[in-house]
Structures are given as C-alpha cells and as structure tokens.
Design a protein around this ligand. Structure first.
Ligand code: AMP
Length: 121
C-alpha cells in the first residue's frame, strides 16, 4: 500500500488539523484519541511516512525505530499508567481493523481492560 499523504495523522503532523497533544520529539508525536476506548487512550505516531506496523518495521531507520519505541514508553510513564498497568494495541490492515493508514500505537489504561479478545470459532 502506498502512503496517502492526506491521511488524518499526516494532516495532524503538518499542523493542518489540531490534536490534543501530549508530547513530541524528533521521532514521534503523542496525542489523545478523539474517541477514547478507556479512561486513558493515547496514540503515538512516528513522524515518518509509514503506512503500517510492517512498513515501519521493514523500512524505518534504526534511529527512527529506537526513538519511536522509547517515546512510547515515556508517554506511558507520563500518563501514569505504568504502575496500574496498561495495554498497547497496534491494528494493521483490514483484519486488524486499522482505520488510519499512518502507523500508530494505542496506549490504553486507567481501569481494568478485561480479557484481551474473545474468539468464537
Ligand atoms: P486504528 O483503528 O488503529 O487505525 O485507530 C485509529 C484511531 O484514530 C481511532 O481510535 C480514532 O478514534 C482515532 N482518531 C481518528 N481521528 C482522530 C483525530 N483527529 N484525533 C485523534 N484521534 C483520532
């Protein structure tokens, strides 16, 4: 899939639409999800143009990968969810339910999140 430079997170990165910013550094931007699924629901996105987890893992530089994942840990600490626990979710592609085609990590916490998933075969 080629990168759509008009996706909503690309527009947030360019400052064309606002976000409720948590923090930002050279490699990442963190902001609150507009439709929270838990008392704490943040998104962390890399600054580079990567469509998905697999695109980021394959094509980002070592510095981008290290910088991004360190930032995710810092955001979780800043949101004070690390003591009680939290969940990271990465949705990828159609089966993963990915809506926005710019790689991102969800950080969810603030109460018990229950079982990971339910599965009916
Ligand atoms: P995903 O399904 O993993 O692609 O998640 C995309 C997430 O982006 C959803 O949880 C949306 O609520 C969230 N979202 C969409 N637009 C915005 C926005 N403008 N600001 C903050 N979060 C957004």
């Amino acid at each position: 899939m080629s990168y759509d430079s008009n996706n909503i997170f690309a527009r947030i990165l360019r400052g064309e639409i606002p976000c409720k910013k948590i923090c930002e550094d050279d490699y990442s931007l963190a902001f609150f999800d507009i439709n929270p699924k838990a008392p704490v629901h943040a998104l962390v996105i890399p600054k580079g143009a990567y469509t998905s987890y697999e695109d980021f893992a394959a094509n980002a530089s070592d510095a981008e990968i290290t910088g991004f994942y360190r930032a995710v840990g810092k955001v979780a600490k800043q949101l004070e969810v690390t003591n009680e626990g939290f969940r990271i979710i990465i949705n990828s592609g159609v089966n993963g339910g990915q809506e926005v085609p710019h790689y991102h990590i969800h950080i969810l916490g603030g109460h018990s999140l229950g079982p990971m998933l339910s599965h009916k075969s």
